[in-house]
Design a protein around this ligand. Structure first.
Ligand code: BGC
Length: 768
């Protein structure tokens, strides 16, 4: 049984009723972020029950020394982690000296949480009876400004319901925080100074080793029935913590509130010496504008994002809520403003995956950002990897590769490999192919071929070199083979000839060779520069070609499918439908060796290749492979259902596509994989977007044109989405009997719908 406490709603994530068992899951689901920083939905007031504290700053990380049982040569020395940063949301609340703590209250009633996705804020309300029998009603609203992206704001409002009372608010900043996930239980931060200037507070800290300097700051206001009050305050400083204390008397029925403006400024964006000034300026701006105006600006900013990125679904509230949750979280994680940042698999919602960059960005996220933002955003994501090319070359050198061959890291913050499981670090090398696929995908979609001579080609050459060096010639097979790899299906390690990896390697080489020819003809200057820099010559290219033309692919004549890897057919193939539900998820129920021996596939692997290279295969071939692999796929990676949804839609299996759609879009809301308390699966959310646009909408780019093959799930009346295609915006609205296209732009475009070419005129609806 999946979790089902989230109330269906088109624009909000809603929870009703207080349940200590759900606190950690809700902390993940109701997380807020602004592309630069983000945090789990921890309570502002003290909570002594089980909770997972988390507030994160994009790009601020710590290299946590690797801990393994048995060290092997080549291991990365550390696992890079985006850190739980100093706490600025804290406001301890006392009513007649009794602490408000939902874990110890006598009663908690009418508890509601809302993540308002339309306007970009989090709200929590409840009525609590404290141990001293005072009953209070609380409404706490919080957001992280996406305009002033170093600022957050909280309005914590209390009404005493059954008597007069003295309320004491203690807003604080706490630098003495730890990471839940720390290899050696070390602290990652050092507090440098705890400082106040009148009612402005600052905690200056730095990360150990990486020396990021961060100033966490705050300023608060007290209001009575909406009117600002001049309230005296006291302050307490400890080594890591600054607390201000404000007391105010409230009569029964009066509303008192504390408004806290706070956030982080870091030396990623300011000079170290200016960190206090920078924070002080933001506070002046915030207190001058006031909470309501800031919130109004927040709504307007989100309105602009939704204007382009929204997907509407009529007739299915849960599906609608699911897709908006995904789009909302993606935008909370990355807005494309800063090319040093990227999209961590858990975004700002948890510590797992360390907030670092994975192949998820290239394989899954690029299409979403290409289509819903300015083209530059996707270009920034590619440039991020271009900027890491030297590190990828160093990384390959450490593993014995030469001559400028590059191996991009599986996990990274700064270009260095920072994943420390050998079967992933050394073996899950398919990620290298995703780097090239993303370049191909970007150029195919945007038409911006210039990116290749400018930057992309160097990456492609270094990767082609890697593949040529990574294979070896098998006398027995009379082919090139690739031994000892882990494919996308991480439930198999150290396998030989993973079909997906071999296929990508061959394709990367061929695509690189073909592109070199194009650059040679059309970009002579760049060609000379890149050839000079990489010292690539005909002889080396001939060796690449030899490998690509003679790559080995495991195949079963009997089943007429490519085999995931050598020896796959030795496995006992038992469809998951025959596996007792109590055994799942297998990664939580089975020992690792049992998983490795089983036929069960964690996530799309051969099918991932069919997704990337759809045009290389017939529909019949896809169908065969889908029918062979899907029944043994457990989808225990969030990246899996979306690919299956897109393929099921292509095969005309709309019902099955819809089931996968729900699974991908509500993966966290319904907690399919029983792990949402660790954080949300942000990168796969871009896959959810693809399963509507590419799956049901059937959108593809073929020969510089958009093409569509729309279908619609039974329960949906209509659905609509917008894509930015080469600086013009095309709106697509699908219903059972027609698809309507509307072009917001100046130039008519040719598109292909269900195999026929049609022209869409600017600002005129075209119904097909
Ligand atoms: C998946 C990887 C993915 C990572 C981060 C793992 O569970 O198997 O493919 O890159 O999660 O999302």
């Amino acid at each position: 049984m999946n979790q089902d406490y989230i109330q269906p709603n088109e624009w909000s994530i809603l929870e009703e009723g207080f349940d200590v068992e759900r606190v950690k899951s809700s902390e993940s689901l109701f997380s807020i972020g602004n592309g630069v920083m983000g945090q789990r939905a921890n309570f502002e007031e003290n909570y002594s029950g089980p909770s997972f504290q988390g507030s994160y700053i994009g790009g601020v990380y710590y290299p946590d020394k690797t801990k393994v049982g048995w060290w092997k040569n080549g291991y990365p020395e550390y696992f890079a982690k985006v850190l739980n940063a100093p706490n600025w949301i804290g406001i301890n609340v006392f009513v007649n000296d009794e602490a408000l703590d939902l874990f110890t209250c006598k009663k908690v009633e009418d508890f509601k949480r809302e993540l308002n996705m339309k306007e970009g804020f989090h709200r929590r309300s409840f009525v609590a009876t404290l141990p001293n029998d005072i009953e209070i009603s609380v409404k706490a609203t919080r957001f992280l400004s996406i305009i002033e992206d170093e600022l957050g704001a909280i309005d914590f409002e209390i009404e005493v319901l059954n008597s007069d009372a003295e309320i004491r608010f203690e807003p604080y900043l706490d630098g003495g925080i730890t990471n839940t996930d720390a290899n050696w239980e070390e602290r990652f931060w050092k507090t440098l100074e705890v400082k106040s200037e009148d009612d402005k507070g600052f905690v200056l800290s730095k990360t150990l080793k990486t020396e990021f300097h961060v100033n966490t700051y705050m300023q608060s206001e007290v209001l009575l029935n909406g009117q600002k009050q001049d309230v005296d305050f006291t302050e307490t400083k400890t080594e890591d913590k600054l607390t201000f204390s404000y007391s105010i008397k409230a009569e029964k029925g009066q509303k008192v509130s504390l408004r806290k403006y706070a956030g982080y400024v870091t030396d990623m964006n300011h000079k170290r010496a200016d960190l206090v000034d920078a924070a002080s300026k933001i506070l002046d701006y915030a207190t001058k504008a006031g909470f309501s105006k800031l919130l109004q600006e927040q709504k307007e900013a989100w309105e602009k994002i939704w204007e382009m990125a929204d997907i509407t679904i009529e007739g299915d509230v849960k599906a609608q809520q699911g897709i908006r949750f995904n789009i909302f979280q993606l935008n909370q994680t990355y807005l494309g403003k800063d090319e040093r940042l990227n999209i961590g698999p858990k975004g700002f919602t948890g510590e797992k995956y360390g907030g670092s960059t994975y192949w998820d960005t290239e394989a899954y996220c690029i299409p979403f950002y290409m289509a819903t933002k300015d083209q530059q955003v996707a270009r920034n994501l590619l440039t991020y990897r271009y900027n890491h090319l030297d590190k990828a070359i160093e990384n390959a050198e450490k593993l014995g590769f030469t001559n400028g061959a590059a191996l991009y890291p599986m996990v990274t913050m700064n270009g260095e490999e920072s994943h420390n499981e050998w079967e992933i670090t050394f073996e899950e090398i398919h990620r290298n192919g995703a780097m090239v696929y993303a370049i191909y995908n970007y150029v195919r979609y945007t038409g911006d071929f210039d990116y290749i001579p400018e930057k992309g080609l160097e990456v492609m050459i270094a990767i082609a070199r890697f593949w040529q060096q990574r294979v070896n010639f098998s006398e027995q097979k009379n082919k090139y083979v690739m031994l000892g790899v882990t494919g996308p299906n991480e439930y198999e390690n150290n396998v030989h000839n993973n079909w997906y990896t071999n296929y990508l390697a061959k394709w990367c080489i061929e695509y690189c060779l073909e592109t070199i020819e194009k650059v040679k003809d059309a970009y002579a200057e760049d060609y000379k520069r890149v050839m000079g820099k990489t010292r690539l010559n005909e002889g080396e290219m001939a060796r690449w070609r030899e490998v690509a033309e003679n790559m080995y692919f495991p195949y079963s004549e009997k089943h007429e499918v490519f085999l995931q890897q050598d020896g796959f057919l030795d496995k006992e193939i038992v469809p998951i439908a025959e596996l007792d539900k109590s055994q799942r998820p297998i990664n939580q129920k089975w020992s690792w060796d049992r998983i490795l021996r089983s036929c069960y596939i964690k996530q799309a692997d051969v099918l991932q290749g069919f997704y990337f290279f759809e045009d290389h295969f017939s529909k019949k071939e896809l169908e065969k492979h889908f029918d062979y692999y899907e029944p043994i796929t457990v989808h225990e990676s969030s990246l899996s259902p979306c690919v299956h949804s897109i393929q099921a839609a292509l095969l005309g299996r709309t019902k099955q596509a819809y089931e996968f759609y729900l699974r991908t879009s509500r993966l966290d809301l319904d907690d399919y994989n029983k792990e949402v308390e660790q954080g949300c699966h942000i990168t796969s959310m871009a896959g959810t977007w693809m399963s509507i646009v590419e799956g049901f909408g059937g959108m593809r780019v073929k020969e510089d044109q958009l093409s569509f093959n729309p279908t619609i799930p039974e329960d949906w009346k209509t659905y609509s989405f917008k894509v930015n295609f080469r600086d013009q915006i095309l709106k697509v609205k699908v219903s059972a009997d027609k698809t309507v296209f509307l072009l917001e732009g100046d130039n008519a475009i040719e598109i292909n719908v269900n195999g026929k070419s049609v022209e869409v005129q600017p600002n005129q609806e075209l119904a097909i």
